[in-house]
Design a protein around this ligand. Structure first.
Ligand SMILES: [Zn+2]
Length: 222
C-alpha cells in the first residue's frame, strides 16, 4: 500500500504473456533446479495440478496466519510457474488492524503476503506460492513477495527496532529460500516498482540499516 501518487488499480488476475513465457523458459533451462528437487515435483506442471496445501500453514516460522480475501491474490504454484526474485517493501499508511481488515475485504483488490507490526509481530495473509496484488505491476506481483509494515511514510517513528529486526529476519528467509541476492536491486520499495503510483516506504525507511540486518539474519539463520 502506501501513499498514492496517482489512481491506478491493481486488478491483474490473469497471468501476463511475458510471465508465461518466462515460466516456459524456466522449464527448459531449469535442469539444475529439477536435479535439486527431484522428479517428484514434475507432476505439478501438469495442467490443473496444484501443490498440496495445508490449511493455515505459513512460510515463515513464527508468523500468524490470517487469510486474505481470495479476490486480493491469484492462486499460483510459485516458484515453479513464476520465478521469485524480488522482495517489495511497503508501508501500510494506517494501523496493523486496518491493513488486516482491508486485505480481508474482497473489494480492496490488493493485499501483501505479510504484514509486520510495530512490535515485530509477523502476520502472513497470502502464501508465497500465490501471486499477491501488492505492487501495482503484474510482472512484479508475479516475481515478488510483498511485505507491509505498519505505519506512515511521513512518520519516522513508525519504523521501530522490533519492526526492522523482524522484517529483516523474514526477508533473509525469503532470500535464502529462493536464492535472491541481498541487495537493493532485489530488495526494493514499492515506489521503485516500474510504473508504481505509490511512494512507500518513503524517505524515513533506512535501507542501509535494513540490508545490514538482512545480511546479519542470513548468516545467523534464525
Ligand atoms: Zn505499497
Amino acid at each position: 500500500m502506501g501513499a498514492k501518487k496517482g489512481g491506478k488499480g491493481d486488478a491483474d488476475r490473469r497471468p501476463g504473456r511475458r510471465a508465461l513465457l518466462i515460466g516456459a523458459a524456466a522449464v527448459v533451462v531449469g535442469g539444475a533446479a529439477l536435479e535439486r528437487s527431484g522428479l517428484s515435483r514434475l507432476w505439478w506442471r501438469l495442467p490443473g495440478a496444484q501443490k498440496p496445501r495445508v490449511q493455515g500453514a505459513v512460510d515463515f516460522g513464527g508468523a500468524r496466519w490470517v487469510e486474505a480475501s481470495p479476490a486480493n491474490y491469484r492462486r499460483a504454484d510459485r516458484p515453479d510457474d513464476y520465478r521469485i526474485d524480488r522482495v517489495v517493501v511497503h508501508v501500510t499508511q494506517g494501523s496493523y488492524a486496518s491493513a488486516v481488515k482491508v486485505f480481508q475485504d474482497p473489494g480492496h483488490k490488493a493485499a501483501a503476503h505479510y504484514i509486520v507490526r510495530k512490535d515485530g509481530h509477523v502476520t502472513q495473509m497470502i502464501r508465497e506460492l500465490d501471486v499477491a496484488f501488492h505492487a501495482g505491476n503484474r510482472e512484479y506481483n508475479e516475481r515478488s513477495v510483498g511485505i507491509e509494515h505498519e505505519g506512515f511514510v511521513e512518520d519516522a517513528s513508525s519504523f521501530t527496532d522490533a519492526m526492522y529486526a523482524a522484517s529483516a529476519r523474514l526477508t533473509a528467509r525469503i532470500c535464502a529460500r529462493y536464492g535472491i541476492p541481498v541487495d537493493r536491486r532485489h530488495i526494493i520499495g514499492h515506489a521503485e516498482v516500474p510504473g508504481a503510483d505509490h511512494t512507500d516506504p518513503g524517505r524515513h525507511w533506512d535501507w542501509d540499516r535494513y540490508l545490514r540486518l538482512v545480511r546479519a539474519a542470513r548468516t545467523t539463520r534464525t
